[in-house]
Design a protein around this ligand. Structure first.
Ligand code: SF4
Length: 353
């Protein structure tokens, strides 16, 4: 039997309402979905009973048939979701003081195949729908027990290359930042890409000045091709040119993601090369110590080398930070998402639904 369609797939102004009733009813339904976090239409007590029953009968809100939680000792929680077609995807909840961040996936697996990324090693399952991306945020709020409006930051940095699932990812961002939706500030939504120049230029014209994070990971094409297959099609010069276009069209400062891989991309001459390719761009570099996963064949650069690399960039006036990922012991850190169940993990899975 086909599952009922997903309400969250629809833009707010296309939510189904009783005949002839438009905006007000759609906003009322959106508030229940995205602000009060209703998981079923039955719970939407101030909607007319007939409409509620119709919503309950014809539509779904929660697309996940199973949700598993893997808490990390550092307070973050990896979520493993199983969809109706048995495909699985993941999100990571990262609380910090009163700031709640969720890292969401845009795909099942990923076709980009970056060599240092456990998701890339899985291959590509399928694109997630707009509603399946949004539902990850709601599911974290449902299971952690807070209202979705308490979410402060969203990063589309989980499984998948968001710009290859363009319409669903951009549509989901629109609902995230809509005041009738989750109401999250655009400055607090980060979209990560492996660097696809045409898609970056297209995004520049969406009038969505979110934070763009580009996974560069190397300062020269030869090194980059060794670790990122898409680098064969997209030289660094093209990516950087598209980032200049992004900023010329009003885009904010970009974040350059750079995973520190021992003996691969961490020499001081490579820091100089990175500074040279970013010249003229308003950019901040995040240096990410590699998070290990079984069979990767990579090691993180030692702390002293990361430090020296950072100092070299700073000397060239390139702002940078060293970012330690949360959730390593739960398989939820940057580059580790690989659909692991409870086996081999320190935290025990709890089945949440
Ligand atoms: S780093 Fe990102 S783009 Fe590359 S394989 Fe992993 S999820 Fe895909």
């Amino acid at each position: 039997m086909m599952p009922r369609p997903l309400l969250l797939d629809l833009p707010i102004d296309r939510l189904p309402v009783p005949n002839g009733q438009g905006g007000y009813r759609q906003r009322q339904l959106a508030r229940w979905l995205y602000q009060r976090g209703a998981r079923r239409a039955d719970a939407m007590t101030d909607l007319p009973a007939a409409w509620r029953s119709e919503l309950e009968e014809r539509w779904r809100i929660d697309p996940f048939v199973r949700t598993e939680r893997f808490p990390s000792a550092d307070g973050s929680v990896r979520y493993l979701f199983t969809l109706a077609d048995a495909q699985r995807t993941e999100a990571v909840f990262i609380p910090y003081r009163d700031r709640k961040t969720v890292c969401v996936s845009s795909m099942v697996g990923c076709p980009a195949g970056c060599a240092f990324c456990a998701t890339g090693a899985l291959g590509f399952g399928r694109n997630l729908r707009r509603g399946e991306i949004l539902a990850q945020l709601l599911a974290v709020a449902w299971h952690e027990g807070f209202a979705p409006t308490e979410l402060r930051n969203v990063v589309l940095m989980g499984m998948g290359e968001a710009l290859l699932n363009y319409d669903a990812a951009v549509g989901a961002v629109r609902t995230m930042v809509d005041p009738e939706g989750l109401g999250i500030s655009l400055r607090r939504v980060t979209l990560s890409t492996v660097g696809l120049p045409n898609r970056i230029r297209r995004l520049a014209h969406e009038r969505l000045p979110l934070v763009l994070a580009v996974s560069l990971h190397a300062p020269d094409d030869d090194t980059r091709r060794r670790i990122i297959p898409t680098a064969h099609a997209h030289p660094i010069a093209d990516i950087v040119a598209s980032l200049h276009d992004w900023q010329a069209a009003g885009g904010r400062r970009v974040t350059i993601e750079y995973t520190m891989l021992d003996g691969v991309n961490d020499a001081l001459r490579q820091a100089d090369g990175l500074a040279a390719c970013l010249e003229g761009l308003v950019a901040h570099v995040n240096l990410i110590p590699f998070n290990p996963w079984r069979g990767s064949g990579f090691r993180s650069s030692p702390a002293a080398r990361i430090d020296a690399f950072a100092r070299r960039l700073e000397r060239a006036s390139v702002p940078c930070s060293v970012r330690f990922s949360r959730g390593r012991d739960a398989g939820g850190a940057c580059g580790q998402l690989a659909l692991q169940g409870a086996e081999g993990r320190s935290g025990e899975a709890s089945v949440a639904s």
